[in-house]
Ligand binder design. Structure first.
Ligand code: SAH
Length: 213
C-alpha cells in the first residue's frame, strides 16, 4: 500500500470503528501526510495505531488521539486556535485545515524549528509558531476560541483558562504523570463547565503550572 491507501486504512480501521464521526476530521486525516512529520526511519509506521518518537524524548500522538481531541474542539473554520506543545507540527496542521488561524507554542527550539520548516514546505500560512513556556499561553494574541494542550498536566494552567474567549473552550489531558483523562472546559456566561472524556497517556507539560523537569 502507498501512503494514501495507508491513510484511508487508518481512518477506516482506527477512527471510524472507535466512534469518530465528524466528517471534516475524517477527511482531513485522510489527506494530511502524517509520514512527513516523523523521521524517515519511522515513516513506514506513521499510519499505525501508535504514538511515534519525534526526537528530544517527545512523541507524536497516535492517530485516534489526534482525531478525538480535534473532534472535541468542534471547529467550524472561523476560529482562532492556540495549541500548547507543537512537537512535530502534525496536530497544528490538522487544526489549520479546520480553523482560521493557529497559534502554537513549543518549549524545545529544535522541534519548533523543524515544525516551522514543515509548515512552510507544505504551504500553511495560517500557523504561527513561538518558542516559549506554553503554560503561560500567548497573552498578546489572546483570547482564543479554542485551546488545546497536547501534553499531560496535573491541572489546566490558570493563564490558559483566562485566555479562552467567551463561549470558547479548552481541551487537555489532565491527571498524573503517567496517565490522564481528556478534560474539556467550556466558558459560558462567565462560568466554567467541565466534562471528562477518554483516558490517555501524554508526555508531560513542563513548567510553571505543569510538571517540574
Ligand atoms: N502536538 C504534537 C505532539 C506534542 S508532544 C504533535 O502533533 O506532534 C508534547 C510537546 O509539548 C513536546 O514537543 C514538548 O516539548 C512540548 N511541551 C512540554 N511542555 C511544554 C510547555 N510548557 N510549553 C510548550 N511546549 C511544551
Amino acid at each position: 500500500m502507498g501512503f494514501k491507501e495507508l491513510r484511508e486504512f487508518m481512518v477506516n480501521t482506527q477512527l471510524i470503528p472507535r466512534g469518530i464521526k465528524d466528517k471534516r476530521v475524517l477527511n482531513v486525516m485522510k489527506r494530511v501526510p502524517r509520514h512527513l512529520f516523523v523521521d524517515e526511519s519511522s515513516q513506514y509506521k506513521a499510519y499505525e495505531d501508535m504514538a511515534l518518537p519525534i526526537g528530544e524524548g517527545q512523541t507524536l500522538s497516535q492517530p485516534y488521539m489526534v482525531a478525538i481531541m480535534t473532534e472535541l474542539l468542534e471547529l467550524n473554520g472561523n476560529e482562532r486556535v492556540l495549541e500548547i506543545g507543537t512537537g512535530s507540527g502534525y496536530q497544528a496542521v490538522i487544526l489549520a485545515e479546520l480553523s482560521r488561524e493557529v497559534y502554537t507554542v513549543e518549549r524545545i527550539a529544535s522541534l519548533a524549528q523543524q515544525a516551522e520548516e514543515r509548515f512552510q514546505s507544505l504551504g500553511y500560512a495560517n500557523i504561527h509558531v513561538r518558542v516559549s513556556n506554553g503554560t503561560l499561553g500567548w497573552p498578546d494574541e489572546s483570547p482564543f476560541d479554542r485551546i488545546i494542550i497536547t501534553a499531560g498536566t496535573p491541572k489546566i494552567p490558570d493563564p490558559l483558562i483566562e485566555q479562552i474567549s467567551e463561549e470558547g473552550f479548552i481541551i487537555a489531558p489532565v491527571g498524573d504523570r503517567f496517565s490522564q483523562q481528556l478534560l474539556r472546559i467550556k466558558k459560558s456566561g462567565g462560568r466554567l463547565f467541565e466534562e471528562y472524556h477518554t483516558l490517555c497517556v501524554f508526555v508531560p507539560l513542563i513548567g510553571e503550572y505543569g510538571w517540574k523537569e
